[in-house]
Write a protein that binds this ligand. Structure first.
Ligand code: SF4
Ligand code: SF4
Length: 163
């Protein structure tokens, strides 16, 4: 798995222009059943992919923490919201709460998330390949295919399926 993760940035770069064109076309005329197609491709890919063998998202990019995430996770640690923020988070250039660094401080050596049940919404939803109106997050997906092998495979499968 690590080998394929290491190869991913180069593979994603090689596919970037093709993917960009594909998403531009998709945005103009998304198939009526796109949500259904995406759910199927997402489910099929994640039947094959074991995130515990990967954890590349947790290692290389951090989630945004919404106010709700912050309150929920602070409560989990029995910390005051402000204490939790000071200990674990920083404000980024878009004014969002993000991790102070990567790999994520909550990631274990075994790739398990130590706050799995209360993890941020962005972590629960990554790589967003089963979200509705998938064509609306094409810019984000163009970045995610360089991080997430599952997202990469799903986009490759999309291009085969939607001509
Ligand atoms: S969501 Fe993608 S990057 Fe994250 S662990 Fe699963 S396969 Fe890896
Ligand atoms: S909170 Fe958990 S799921 Fe989210 S990046 Fe950290 S280790 Fe990964």
């Amino acid at each position: 798995m690590q080998d394929s993760i290491n190869r991913l940035p180069k593979q994603a770069k090689d596919k970037h222009n093709e993917n960009k064109k594909f998403f531009a076309k998709l945005k103009k005329k998304p198939p009526k059943n796109l949500d259904y197609i995406m759910q199927k491709l997402h489910d099929e890919e994640f039947e094959r992919t074991d995130c515990l063998e990967c954890a590349n998202c947790c290692k290389t990019t951090g989630p945004l923490f919404t106010d709700k995430d912050v309150d929920r996770i602070a409560k989990h640690f029995r910390l005051k919201t402000q204490q939790f923020i000071e200990q674990y988070l920083r404000v980024d250039e878009d004014n969002d709460y993000v991790l102070q660094g990567v790999p994520c401080t909550f990631l274990g050596a075994d790739n398990y998330c130590s706050i799995y049940d209360v993890r941020p919404k962005a972590c629960r939803e990554f790589p967003h390949t089963d979200r509705r109106k998938f064509q609306q997050i094409s810019n984000l997906t163009l970045k995610n295919v360089a991080i997430c092998p599952a997202a990469f495979n799903i986009v490759e499968a999309m291009k085969e399926k939607i001509k």
